[in-house]
Design a protein around this ligand. Structure first.
Ligand SMILES: [Zn+2]
Ligand SMILES: [Zn+2]
Length: 157
C-alpha cells in the first residue's frame, strides 16, 4: 500500500479523534455505525484536501477493504448524506465532491484544475455580516468561492 506519511505525530491522533466524534454524531442522528460507514468517514478524513469525488472515496475505501463494492460506497455516501454527516458540494461543470459537515468552513474552488481548498469560515464571515446588513441576504453556509488557485493563476504558458 503506497501512502504518504505525515511527519507530525499528532496528525493520526487528530484523525482518530475526529473519526470517533463524527461516529458519535452519526449515532446521535439515529444511524448505525457500520464498517462501510466508518471506512467512508475515515476516507474523507484522510483524503487530500478532504473534498473528493465519489470515485476517489471508493478508491480510498477499496485500498483498505478491496471487497467493498463501488455501489455500496455510493449507497453509503447517500445514507450518510441523509443523516447529515456527509455533504455533497456541487461544483457545476466540474461535477461534485463529498465532504464532512462536522465543522463549518467555506471553499475556494479552482476553475482551472478543479481543486477544492477548505478555508476557515471566519475568513468569509465579515462578508456575510456586510451582505446581511446591507441586503438582508443570508449567504449559504459552506460557500464556494470560484477562481484560480495559486498554481493555475501563476502559470504563464
Ligand atoms: Zn467542504
Ligand atoms: Zn488550479
Amino acid at each position: 500500500m503506497s501512502q504518504v506519511h505525515h511527519h507530525e505525530a499528532h496528525v493520526h491522533d487528530d484523525v482518530d479523534q475526529r473519526l470517533e466524534y463524527i461516529l458519535e454524531l452519526l449515532r446521535a442522528e439515529g444511524g448505525r455505525v457500520t464498517t462501510g460507514r466508518r471506512l467512508i468517514v475515515h476516507a474523507l478524513l484522510t483524503a487530500a484536501d478532504h473534498h473528493v469525488t465519489a470515485e476517489a472515496v471508493a478508491a480510498l475505501v477499496q485500498a483498505e477493504a478491496p471487497d467493498v463494492h463501488l455501489s455500496t460506497v455510493y449507497r453509503t455516501l447517500d445514507s450518510l448524506e441523509r443523516l447529515g454527516i456527509v455533504g455533497r458540494v456541487n461544483l457545476g461543470q466540474a461535477g461534485a465532491v463529498y465532504h464532512l459537515t462536522d465543522h463549518t468552513h467555506d471553499h475556494l474552488v479552482c476553475e482551472g484544475c478543479g481543486t477544492v481548498t477548505e478555508v476557515p469560515a471566519d475568513m468569509i464571515s465579515p462578508l456575510r455580516a456586510d451582505v446581511l446588513a446591507r441586503y438582508g441576504f443570508v449567504v449559504t453556509p459552506r460557500l464556494s468561492v470560484t477562481g484560480l488557485c495559486k498554481a493555475c493563476s501563476s502559470g504563464t504558458s
